[in-house]
Ligand binder design. Sequence first.
Ligand code: TYC
Length: 103
Amino acid sequence: MTTRHKENGLLEAQRAKIQPPRMFKVLLLNDDYTPMEFVVIVLQRFFSLENEQAMQIMLKVHNEGRAVCGIYPRDIAATKVSQVVEFARQHQHPLACTMEENQ
Ligand code: TYC
């Protein structure tokens, strides 16, 4: 397939423009009020983590102020942030979730 492209100037020029998709980290931020158990549930529910890994990430946020929950293309990362914030507000918790480009 590569050889065929190399024999075709037009296809080769198009191929060179392809970039890997921009990826975004989704982060949870610490606060003093959201219960630890609630954060673990969030990590399991929205980031498909097992209990043990969810606990480790929750404790990293608690101890260090923030931690990465997952890395996704922009639209999926933005959806995760919205879902987490909406779920937290439904339960009257101030949990903060944000995203930033994975450079
Ligand atoms: N600091 C919170 C507490 O002591 C727990 C917590 C962990 C809150 C992670 C938010 O993203 C968070 N109850």
